[in-house]
Design a protein around this ligand. Structure first.
Ligand code: CA
Length: 228
C-alpha cells in the first residue's frame, strides 16, 4: 500500500519515508502544497500524511480542497504547533487524525494503520447503498426480493464504491486495487455492466462518472434529504 507524504522539510520527509518503507509501505513525497494536491487527486493512496506549514498551499487548505472535491482519502495532519486552535482548524478541514511534532515513530505508524483499517471496513450493517444490498459471500446483488449475480470484477468494483458511501472513489484507487494499476483497462465497461444490473433490479441508485476523477454512487433520495 502506498502513502502520500506532503512535507517540505527534506530531512523529515526522508525520515518519514524511511519509516513507512520499514513498515512495509510505499511512500510518495511532495515538498509543497500544490504538488501534494495533484498527487492526492491522482488517487491510488491508502492514506496521506500532511504537514500544516507548506509552501504554496497549507495542509489545512489542501485537506479542505480534497474534501470539497468529494475525496475521502484518510488524512493525518502533522504540525509543529500544538495549540488548540490549530487542532480545531485541523478537524474542521476534514482531516481524520492529528499529530503534533515531535512524535514517536511507532505512534505515527499505529495511527496510520488505524486510519487505513477504518477506511477499508465496510459499514457495520454490511454492504449496502440506497435500496441495494451486496452479499459478500455469494456476490449476489439484490433489491428487495430480486437479485442478480455479479462477476468477481463487478463485485470488487461495487464493493469499493459502496465502501465509499456516496463519496467519490478515485479511478486511481480502482485501478490499483482491481487492475494492478494497469493504464490499459476496461473499468468503464464494468461500470456500464453494473449500471445495467442496477436497471434490471429497478434500483433508484446510479453510478455517476466524474471525468478524470472517478466514480460515485448516487441515491436521489439521499440528495433530496440533504438538500444537495
Ligand atoms: Ca513545514
Amino acid at each position: 500500500m502506498k502513502v502520500l507524504l506532503v512535507e517540505d522539510e527534506p530531512r523529515l520527509a526522508e525520515a518519514l519515508a524511511q519509516l513507512l518503507r520499514d513498515g512495509g509501505w510505499q511512500a510518495d513525497t511532495a515538498a509543497d502544497g500544490p504538488s501534494g494536491l495533484e498527487l492526492a487527486r491522482s488517487g491510488g493512496y491508502a492514506a496521506a500524511v500532511l504537514d500544516v506549514m507548506l509552501p504554496g498551499l497549507d495542509g489545512f487548505r489542501l485537506c479542505r480542497t480534497l474534501r470539497e472535491e468529494g475525496n475521502s482519502l484518510p488524512i493525518l495532519m502533522l504540525t509543529a504547533r500544538s495549540d488548540l486552535a490549530d487542532k480545531v482548524a485541523g478537524l474542521d478541514c476534514g482531516a481524520d487524525d492529528y499529530m503534533t511534532k515531535p512524535f514517536a515513530p511507532e505512534e505515527l505508524m499505529a495511527r496510520l494503520r488505524a486510519l487505513v483499517r477504518r477506511q477499508g471496513e465496510p459499514p457495520a450493517q454490511g454492504l449496502a447503498f440506497a435500496d441495494l444490498r451486496l452479499d459478500p459471500t455469494t456476490h449476489a446483488l439484490s433489491r428487495g426480493e430480486k437479485s442478480v449475480q455479479l462477476s468477481p470484477k463487478e463485485f470488487g468494483l461495487l464493493r469499493l464504491l459502496m465502501a465509499k458511501g456516496g463519496a467519490v472513489c478515485p479511478k486511481g484507487a480502482i485501478l490499483e486495487q482491481l487492475w494492478n494499476g494497469a493504464e490499459d483497462n476496461n473499468v468503464e465497461a464494468y461500470i456500464s455492466f453494473l449500471r445495467k444490473k442496477f436497471f434490471y433490479l429497478g434500483s433508484r441508485a446510479s453510478i455517476a462518472t466524474l471525468r478524470k476523477v472517478g466514480y460515485r454512487l448516487e441515491d436521489p433520495e439521499e440528495g433530496a434529504a440533504s438538500g444537495k
